[in-house]
Design a protein around this ligand. Structure first.
Ligand SMILES: Cc1cc2nc3c(=O)[nH]c(=O)nc-3n(C[C@H](O)[C@H](O)[C@H](O)COP(=O)(O)O)c2cc1C
Length: 184
């Protein structure tokens, strides 16, 4: 298994969509800083089964479900940081992301203490239509979940795409991406 510094999970089916573009900007800055980054487009990843509620992780100390998510969880376990990038769908993260983030349950042992090495960081990118406040709340919720699972939340970027125009190439968003990447 290759070892990466940063794992980027892109949930949107649009690989050149808003959230993916911002994630790519973060990746660019991380790579410029010498970090090895793996971007995973979840919509293209096969056999993501979601959490099976088997609680096998509570005995094993890792997820025991062997599917397309298993290598992603392994890579996250080895990495220094994660970036979760998702559009807002009905106020929530895209299902493609939930299939993986529910499996972060395996980062908590039977006593619900985190079994990851300490010091891992998490950043979030959320795109939305006109529901900016909802997207901000979603970003905070995702960061909180990461915090519960042992990551230190470092920040989020939220972009609204009210007129279905891509507004991700602005100097403001690029500056935000650069700042966030520097914290990973
Ligand atoms: C199924 C679906 C549900 C959506 N629900 C919301 C929503 O609840 N709030 C919102 O502001 N935008 C919503 N949108 C719009 C997307 O979040 C928005 O277009 C976003 O910028 C897409 O990001 P992407 O280009 O990364 O896929 C929805 C779009 C789809 C396809």
């Amino acid at each position: 298994m290759a070892k990466y510094d940063v794992i980027v999970l892109c949930a949107s089916p649009l690989i050149s969509g808003n959230s993916a573009k911002i994630a790519a900007e973060i990746v660019k800055n991380c790579e410029t800083a010498g970090k090895k980054v793996h971007t995973i487009f979840l919509n293209k990843t096969e056999n993501l089964r979601g959490c099976q509620s088997c609680y096998g992780c509570k005995k094993a100390g890792h997820c025991v479900v062997k599917d397309g998510t298993a290598p992603i969880l392994d890579e996250i376990r080895e990495a220094e940081a994660i970036v979760l990038a998702t559009p807002t769908y009905f106020g929530e993260a895209a299902a493609q992301l939930r299939l993986v983030t529910d499996r972060f349950f395996s980062f908590l042992s039977g006593d619900f203490k985190c079994n990851l090495a300490p010091g891992k960081k998490a950043a979030v990118v959320v795109s939305c239509g006109s529901g900016y406040d909802g997207a901000v709340a979603l970003g905070d919720k995702l960061l909180k979940q990461c915090g519960m699972c042992g990551f230190t939340p470092v920040g989020k970027i939220v972009v609204a795409d009210k007129e279905m125009k891509q507004q991700t190439d602005t100097p403001e968003v690029q500056a935000e991406a650069k700042k966030l990447a520097a914290q990973l």
